[in-house]
Design a protein around this ligand. Structure first.
Ligand SMILES: [Zn+2]
Length: 347
């Protein structure tokens, strides 16, 4: 089914974002570093910041809509920001927290794909296959990324020059996250499996990621703090599949080369959309329905479901010195626990 092209003001998420900026005046610092021209419209890609302005503040980055039709990722981020804006007017503990930590959020990275209801951007490029990084070993074709044609899914584009949306994300992460003593990123997607998954980076390799110890430590404090939120499966992405051209691998590799004691931990939230299809099989006949909850009560439930996780990521970034294993011996113990759990104990 082809959806008619909607003018920008008809897109609910843009309306919600403008409303949010209005409500959060004085708290949110927003700019529009990129416009995507499409069908006579100029579509804004917004970047929102809030919290500490200290140069060395830890940063929690949140990203959504890299795959345009996975709109639920943008929606849950907007719902969370809305709740932060409402709370910041009365909640002293949140005000204190925001003195310590900065949020950087790109809620609709691929605004053109969001408008067109496509995974790729308007040039047909899958932004999460667009970076100049090649996976090692076996990668399922074409899911892992292909260079044959933008008419097929998972098209990598010309990776010598990044697509404008990819270039913007890379630039923002480089300038606003990678230079901090500690930063983490949470990139929200939907469309894989029956469970909600939180993936550690390293889509380019089946080997354990270099920061496995830190990921295991974060998983441990989350599970200890929220034992009833066991609906998340926290695991390395490569247990499911590997891909070429992942923007997070690209940024992470760059960071590894010049990190000098700084930390950058990217994560991906993959919401298990097959569950929504299973509970409402009619969604099978609607392309959009493969990636988004359609029934209103289910949408509300999904919007509520991840607020705790985002709050947790924000607090974990603010208090990183309290939980991050930094002594070599302690790191080894955490890493070994991860190796035993996911990599058959290989050292
Ligand atoms: Zn996605």
């Amino acid at each position: 089914m082809r959806h008619p092209f909607p003018p920008p003001h008809a897109v609910t998420e843009l309306n919600a974002l403008e409303h949010l900026l209005e409500q959060g005046r004085g708290l949110l610092r927003a700019d529009c570093p990129l416009h995507i021209p499409l069908n006579g419209h100029s579509l804004p890609v917004w970047c929102i910041e809030l919290g500490s302005t200290a140069p060395d503040a830890p940063v929690a980055g949140f990203f959504g809509g890299i795959h345009g039709m996975e709109r639920i990722g943008s929606q849950i981020l907007l719902a969370w920001l809305e709740s932060l804006v409402a709370r910041a007017s009365w909640d002293v503990s949140l005000q204190d927290l925001l003195q310590k930590v900065r949020i950087v959020c790109l809620p609709m990275v691929n605004i053109g794909g969001l408008m067109l209801n496509t995974r790729a951007n308007p040039n047909g490029v899958d932004l999460m296959r667009n970076a100049p990084v090649d996976a090692h070993g076996f990668t399922a074709w074409p899911l892992g990324g292909q260079r044959l044609s933008p008419r097929l899914p998972w098209y990598r584009g010309h990776t010598e020059t990044l697509e404008p949306e990819s270039a913007l994300l890379v630039d923002i992460v480089r300038r606003r996250l990678l230079n901090q003593p500690f930063s983490l990123a949470m990139d929200c997607h939907s469309g894989f499996g029956l469970r909600d998954r939180i993936w550690f980076p390293w889509a380019c390799s089946r080997e354990a990621p270099p920061h496995l110890a830190e990921a295991v430590a974060l998983r441990e404090i989350f599970n200890n703090t929220y034992p009833n939120h066991d609906f998340y499966l926290m695991e390395p992405q490569s247990l499911n599949y590997t891909t070429h051209g992942d923007l997070w691998d690209y940024l992470y590799l760059e960071h590894l080369q010049q990190s000098q004691g700084r930390y950058f931990l990217p994560f991906t939230l993959e919401m298990g959309s097959w569950l929504w299809v299973k509970k409402n099989p009619r969604q099978l006949f609607d392309w959009f329905g493969h990636f988004n909850p359609i029934l209103p009560h289910r949408l509300k439930r999904v919007l509520r479901r991840h607020l705790t996780l985002f709050d947790f990521m924000l607090r974990a970034a603010a208090s990183w010195e309290q939980w991050l294993p930094r002594q070599e011996e302690v790191r080894r113990v955490y890493r070994q626990a991860g190796m035993e759990r996911w990599f058959a104990g290989k050292a």
